[in-house]
Design a protein around this ligand. Structure first.
Ligand code: 3PG
Ligand code: MG
Length: 399
């Protein structure tokens, strides 16, 4: 895949053109109310740009994981309304993404207008990447813009199939996301540090393996650090860990060493007897974790060490929290490192790129999201990129 082949619509005359835009409107919602509109806000500038250039903007997206055709719970209706509010433009919803209803909505759409078509996953052909369904979508547009990096790991009709059928372009958010990842992984300013946290090694084996070949410092935190501590012969009491992956952890450590990538592990940790908000907790050296307590965060010495490692790096890639940040006080380690990274980024001495659902929630809680160089809107797609995989939605655009 040659990413330099990605084309944007810059310079094209789009007046009167029907532009099918794949966006990722898959936002958190509860009882028909959008609870986090971040992804919508990220896609609005691209949509408004197309509208301002006189295009007829037809937005496609999935929403949730409907099993069996249309259902109210997975309707994009509240999302389209929220999108309209953010854009400051009327945005209506067509009741279906193909067929007569879609045709009618598209034909009545004027230049500079924006409509959202109902959830693509209401049709079985979407996830099957069925060529006939992709053809029905393609019939609605003159060209295709994929601005849904966060859904590009899915080879679905609206993310992959469509790009084969219409002139296909990468949208501005797609470009931004890819450029941020390339800056951090392909030609980064070195040394590069990666922070990888989260609960389990098992979900991040390919990430750890790929990153250990690309970065200079691999800082490990969260529950997965416990498995690495176990691999080093440290007793971790009742802490969450995956003892059957101790061998895998050792292999990752060996591989890292042979590539001169330093794996950085906690030296002290915050322990408690129970995983509960406000549970009495204290800091101990990792070698002193009591048998009947569990590790819930990294300790201050560890944070100081991580900050020191980071202070000698030029680039940071971050995925996954260092502790159980959702529950006070076990977010302190994550927040402290996030603040240090944000400070250096603001001073212009660090390029910091972060992504993944939990990571973004942790950065938000630390109040530093805006200070990072780039925070991805993607979860699964960001992870797959870190695994070194090529995303089908991106491949289709780079063809
Ligand atoms: C996401 O929210 O990660 C993307 O929109 C993809 O959704 P999916 O995991 O349901 O395919
Ligand atoms: Mg998901």
């Amino acid at each position: 895949m040659n990413l330099d082949k990605l084309k944007t619509t810059d310079g094209l005359d789009l007046a009167g053109k029907r532009v099918l835009v794949r966006a990722d409107l898959n936002v958190p919602a509860k009882n028909g109310v959008v609870t986090d509109a971040t992804r919508l806000a990220r896609v609005v500038p691209g949509l408004k740009d197309l509208a301002n250039r006189g295009a007829r903007v037809i937005v496609l997206s999935h929403f949730g994981r409907p099993k069996d055709g249309p259902d109210k719970e997975n309707s994009l209706a509240p999302v389209a309304a929220e999108l309209g509010k953010l854009a400051g433009l009327p945005v209506s919803l067509a009741p279906d993404c193909v067929g007569e209803a879609a045709d009618k909505a598209v034909s009545s759409l004027g230049n500079g207008g924006i409509i959202v078509l109902e959830n693509t996953r209401f049709h079985k052909g979407e996830e099957k990447n069925d060529p006939e369904f992709a053809g029905a979508l393609a019939a609605l547009g003159d060209l295709f813009v994929n601005d849904a990096f966060s859904a590009a790991h899915r080879a679905h009709a609206s993310t992959e199939g469509l790009a084969r059928l219409l002139p296909a372009y990468a949208g501005p958010l797609m470009m931004e996301e890819i450029n941020a990842l390339r800056t951090a992984l392909e030609q980064p300013k070195r040394p590069v540090a990666a922070v990888v946290g989260g609960a389990k090694v098992s979900t991040k084996i390919p990430v750890l393996t790929n990153l250990s070949a690309k970065v200079d410092k691999l800082i490990i935190g969260g529950g997965m650090a416990n498995t690495f501590l176990l691999a080093g012969g440290v007793e971790i009491g009742k802490s969450l860990a995956e003892p059957d992956l101790v061998e895998t952890a050792r292999e990752i450590m060996h591989a890292a060493k042979s590539r001169s990538c330093e794996i950085v592990l906690p030296q002290d940790v915050v322990v408690a007897a129970r995983f509960e908000a406000g549970a009495p907790s204290r800091t101990v050296a990792t070698i002193d974790v009591p048998k009947d307590e569990m590790i819930l965060d990294v300790g201050p010495k560890t944070v100081a060490h991580y900050v020191d490692v980071l202070s000698r790096c030029e680039t940071l890639l971050w995925n996954g929290p260092l502790g159980a940040f959702e529950i006070a006080p076990f977010g302190e380690g994550t927040f402290a490192l996030a603040r240090a990274a944000a400070e250096r980024t603001k001073r212009g001495t660090l390029v910091s790129v972060a992504g993944g659902g939990d990571t973004v929630a942790a950065l938000n809680a630390a109040g530093v999201t805006d200070d990072f160089t780039y925070v991805s809107s993607a979860g699964g797609a960001f992870l797959e990129w870190l695994e070194g995989r090529e995303l089908p939605g991106v491949i289709a655009l780079a063809r």
